[in-house]
Structure formats: C-alpha cells, structure tokens
Write a protein of this length. Structure first.
Length: 371
C-alpha cells in the first residue's frame, strides 16, 4: 500500500464555487458576501456580470478537470485514491462533501485549496470553513480527520507551468506584431488591511503582494532567458470590491492598461498569475472588461491561459499530496521541488495568532502540528 493510501482516505479540492444557472446567481452571491451587509440591490447589479455567461461560472467545469487530472496522476503513481470537490459558496458545499465521505466510512481527508497564495481570503477563510464544517459534522455524529497541503505558489510545477504559457504567448505575439509585448501579471486585489496582515507575525515569510512579486519576477526571468530577450513586466490587480473609501491593492489592470498606452506600449500579454483556473474574475474582469479597455485604447491584448491541468502543475499537486503523507507518517520526507523560498508550512506555528493572518485561531484539536 502506498504512502498516500496508508495516511488518507480521500483528497478534497477546496474551492470558492460558482453558480451553474441564472437562478443560482443571487443566492450564490448572498453566500459569498454573507456577514458583510451587502444589500440585494448591489448584488443584483454585480449579477449582470454572470448574465453575459447565462449564469454559468467556468470555475465548476475547470475544477472538475483539475480533479480528474489529479486523480489520474495519483493513480499513475500507484495511488488509487478518490479526489472530490468541496466549495465554500455553492454546491457541492464543503459540509456536504465531507458528510458524504463520512457516511461512506471515509475518515481521513487531505485538503488542497484552489488558491495558491496566502492571505485571509485565500487561506485562513477556507480553514475556518473546514473547522466549521467539521464541528457541524461532529454534532451530527460524523467524525473526520482533516489535513491540508502547504501553500504552493513556491513550487517548481506552478512556476514552470506559467513560464511555459508565457513563453508560448510571447512567441505567438511576436509572430503577429513583430514586437516584444509588455507582460501584465494580474492577481485578485484585496483590502490593504488584509494585505498588512497576510504574513506571519515574525515576518519570516512574505506578505500577499510580495508573494506575487516573487513569482512574477521568477517567471519573467525564466521566460526572458528562454526567449533570449528581456521582458518588461509589472503586477496589477483585478476584482476590487467593497466601499470606495476602503483602500485596496492597486493599480487596477484597466488603469494600468491606460498608463501603458500613454507610455507608448502597443502590445500587452496579460498573465493571470493569481489564479489556477478560469472563473468569473478571469473571464469577466480580464477577458471582458480589460479586453474592452485594451480595444478602446488601441492596444493589442492577449490573455495567457491559467495553469489548470498543465502537467507541470498537476504534478506539483501530486507531489504535495505525497509530501504531506510523508510528513504525517513521521518518516523521511521528499519535498515537492520548489522554485522559490521560503517554503510555507501546512499549518501555522502554534502561538502565531494574528487575527487575519494565514494560520490563526483554528481549534487546537483541528490542527496537525508541524514537527
């Protein structure tokens, strides 16, 4: 029996979730904004984004593809283990997926968040949902042991997948326009208050913005080396929400495109470095709004695909599953190859209790401590 099969009964992709039809959109958005006091009038305005896509978020189909690719990769390595999906905001919900596993007699679940980076909304909020679901199941008499893999934006597979996609895009643009495009890396914006609390208290690891800057620098450097020419680049943000008086990370990608045009740039390759697969923030914010902005400005604009089922990326996820199983077993650990340092732990160190930070305030009995 393989190391993975001896430690876990299932692997769960823990994701944001998304609607599947127009009737789902408003209740989905109520779930996503629960506790924030956002009125239905505002949610209905934002719902028009989904109307362009008949209420269908691409995240569901893309997550199914990742689930299947990971299950096949684990099987290829001799690990016949079920991979399932549990969502924060829409079916299948985390609680329902875990309940199904528990009712089928499965007890040990390893979780992979579909956010590669570390901040409250990208990591700890998922952990809070897992803790809440586990507590609810315990009250129903269903006992589960939950674990998670570490944040994986540092992994070789993630970095190499985006490097390959960027190189392919630049070569294609050069054939079309004959010039070297400007590389606009883009990630999801977050409030500055969340940004300031997005790393450990001792500052031993980078905050959310710096995490992205490290990945962008590495991907751009590798792509430049392979292409034999220096690629100009910077990091922009998308999907800002919340009241206007609340500061969020900037610049917005649309504002950045305007500045690039003013600086004489003619060709832009947009890299959705903050996302592992397409969802509304990609197909609307980047493929619709940013594309329209570029067209209005007269910019040649191309959006690079997300890593999705790229073999390098899926291989990195499979490596993380094996790595965490070895850590749990207490033996020698073969770590997934990393392109960047420092490596993050799967769980926050005990006593690191910053309120909005990556590893705070989960019940002690829920955590599997690092050695």
């Amino acid at each position: 029996m393989s190391q993975v099969l001896s430690q876990y009964d299932a692997v769960m992709l823990v994701s944001y979730g998304g609607p599947r039809q127009m009737e789902d959109v408003l209740p989905f958005m109520r779930n996503a904004t629960s506790g924030r006091g956002v009125p239905d009038e505002r949610l209905k305005q934002v719902s028009t984004h989904y109307g362009r896509f008949h209420g269908i978020s691409p995240i569901n189909a893309r997550n199914l593809e990742i689930r299947r690719a990971l299950e096949l990769e684990l099987s290829r390595r001799g690990n016949e283990i079920e991979v399932v999906i549990g969502n924060r905001n829409w079916h299948p919900f985390i609680h329902d997926t875990l309940c199904d596993l528990g009712m089928r007699g499965l007890k040990r679940v390893l979780c992979i968040f579909t956010s590669a980076y570390v901040c409250y909304s990208g990591c700890r909020q998922y952990r809070e949902d897992l803790a809440a679901a586990r507590a609810q199941l315990q009250a129903q008499g269903v006992s589960l042991e939950l674990d998670k893999v570490r944040p994986y934006y540092t992994t070789e597979g993630f970095v190499e997948a985006y490097t390959k996609l960027l190189v392919e895009a630049v070569r294609a643009r050069e054939k079309t326009s004959g010039s070297v495009p400007y590389v606009a890396f883009v990630t999801h914006s977050i409030p500055r208050a969340m940004q300031e609390c997005s790393g450990p208290v001792d500052h031993s690891r980078p905050d959310y913005q710096r995490q992205h800057q490290q990945v962008c620098a590495e991907v751009a450097a590798r792509a430049s080396k392979e292409l034999g020419q220096e690629l100009p680049w910077d990091l922009s943000f998308c999907s800002r929400s919340g009241p206007p008086q609340m500061p969020w990370l900037e610049p917005d990608i649309n504002d950045r495109l305007s500045q690039l045009k003013a600086d004489g740039i003619t060709d832009v390759v947009c890299v959705p470095i903050g996302f592992i697969c397409d969802h509304m923030e990609v197909v609307y914010d980047l493929d619709t709004e940013a594309q329209a902005t570029a067209k209005r400005l007269g910019l040649n604009y191309y959006r690079v695909p997300t890593v999705g089922t790229d073999p390098n990326f899926i291989g990195a996820l499979a490596d993380l599953v094996s790595e965490r199983a070895q850590e749990k077993a207490g033996g020698e650990v073969v770590y997934a190859p990393d392109a960047l340092e420092p490596r993050w732990p799967a769980w926050a160190p005990p006593g690191d209790s910053r309120v909005s930070e990556y590893g705070a305030d989960l019940p002690v009995e829920f955590e599997i401590k690092q050695k």
